[in-house]
Write a protein that binds this ligand. Structure first.
Ligand code: PMP
Length: 418
């Protein structure tokens, strides 16, 4: 393999110098002066790793195989059929009958921007529930769109009660409330029951980020009256990052139809995307070239969830998270989220043990065990370690592996003399 790569590199270099010699002195001929990068003439290196951080998670062979299939054209009827299947899969995963349901060609942030920039116009008031990085990011994006951003704050590790939200809605009278269901920077699961109805009583739409929670904890878009819901492909769906499910209720669609100005992004304009995804009555038109292989993978991720069943998936994540939490406590570690019911079943946060540097623990796990867990993010940096058990990776075996690796780290990592 390596010999072949070296031979390939030599051949490419020889071909380049032959070409240069031929062109030398030939006026008017373009000549590349920067040689082919040597690193690209070596084979791609991808080490084996168990991804037990907050995402991405490992991709099962079936989904990898789907992503490796030959391309179809992005407007071929068979491709449009795959997109229809994805749409049905998202409707199932979200528990919605919304017609305006599709996957944007990008990661979770892309869906977050798509939701905000289609819903909000300059001057609209948006209330953002901030108890971690995702609220901070949503507030940043909404501010860039010229919206009047109001923030409802809670310390990292806590969730919002209906009373908190009610007070915020009454005070700020927003047209949209943004909240994160699975706060992956802190490990908090936000209760959603009653929120939609409350928002609607106050003339507000409810926008929910479920990137880290979809398939791992119950979320019932229609029953919970959620107006816009989005997720990602690389967490419980166990597909590679690059496509993000999103859905809009009739109320949200009506608000978008009432816009006085076009959405500020062509790529993420829901009018165009709705048409490409067959969510309107017009013939489907080219908008952008779909990331075909990402869609194949997403289709398989959704198919695996449909085969397992949502309830079984929720239960599996809950059971493995409970096992993990027990094991962490037995190691003498302290869980960051106090209330059991408020713990996100997909991502568990544990306080950085006293006297240890979190970077040393994560590096030790990576180097000695080929296993990824993460430190904190945004407001939780330096405070927590984050362990993800999502989709294909949510197994008892992985609980045992990460607990064993952590036990080893606690014994072998250097304790500071603080
Ligand atoms: N929201 C939440 C809750 C997330 O966990 C993430 C990813 N960690 C995102 C949004 C952003 O997704 P992405 O990294 O795929 O853009």
């Amino acid at each position: 393999m390596r010999r072949a790569a070296v031979l390939g590199a030599k051949r490419a270099t020889a071909a380049a110098s032959l070409l240069r010699a031929r062109l030398r002195g030939t006026a008017g001929h373009a000549m590349a002066t920067i040689p082919p990068p040597q690193e690209l003439l070596r084979p791609l290196a991808v080490p084996q790793r168990l991804l037990l951080g907050p995402g991405p998670s490992n991709v099962p062979p079936r989904i990898l195989a789907a992503g490796g299939r030959q391309l179809l054209g992005h407007m071929h009827p068979e491709m449009l059929q795959v997109m229809d299947e994805i749409k049905a899969g998202i409707q199932y995963a979200f528990q919605t009958r919304n017609r305006l349901t599709l996957a944007v060609s990008g990661t979770g942030h892309c869906a977050m921007e798509a939701a905000l920039l289609n819903l909000l116009e300059r001057g609209d008031t948006v209330l953002v529930a901030v108890n971690g990085i995702w609220g901070q990011r949503a507030a940043d994006i909404a501010g860039r769109l010229g919206a009047e951003v109001r923030e409802l704050l809670k310390p990292p590790g806590e969730y919002f009660t209906l009373r908190d939200i009610q007070e915020g809605l009454a005070r700020h009278k927003p047209s949209v409330l943004f909240i994160t269901h699975g706060e992956s920077s802190t490990g908090v699961l936000q209760p959603l029951q009653g929120l939609g109805e409350l928002c609607h009583r106050h003339g507000s739409l409810l926008l929910v980020d479920a990137v880290a929670s979809l398939g791992g904890a119950p979320i019932l878009m229609d029953q919970q009256e959620i107006d816009v819901l989005y997720s990602g492909s690389q967490k419980v769906l166990s597909a590679p990052p690059g496509s993000a499910p999103i859905s809009f209720s009739e109320r949200a669609r009506e608000k978008m139809l009432r816009r006085k100005t076009k959405p500020p992004s062509f790529y993420l304009d829901m009018g165009w995307l709705a048409n490409y995804w067959g969510c309107d009555d017009k013939p489907r038109m080219y908008h952008h070239t779909a990331p075909i292989n990402s869609f194949f993978s997403l289709r398989e991720g959704l198919a695996m969830l449909a085969e397992l069943g949502l309830e079984s998936s929720w239960e599996r994540h809950r059971a493995n998270c409970t096992l993990l939490c027990q094991g962490l406590r037995e190691l003498g570690l302290e869980l960051f989220v106090k209330e059991e019911a408020a713990r996100l079943p997909t991502i568990t946060t544990v306080r950085v043990p006293e006297g240890y540097a979190w970077q040393e623990i994560t590096a030790f796990l990576m180097n000695e065990h080929g296993l990824e867990i993460a430190g904190g993010l945004g407001p939780s940096v330096g405070k927590v370690l984050r362990i993800g058990l999502m989709g294909y990776n949510s197994t008892k075996d992985n609980v045992d592996r990460v607990l064993g690796a952590l036990r080893d780290a606690l014994q072998r990592c250097r304790r500071s003399r603080l």
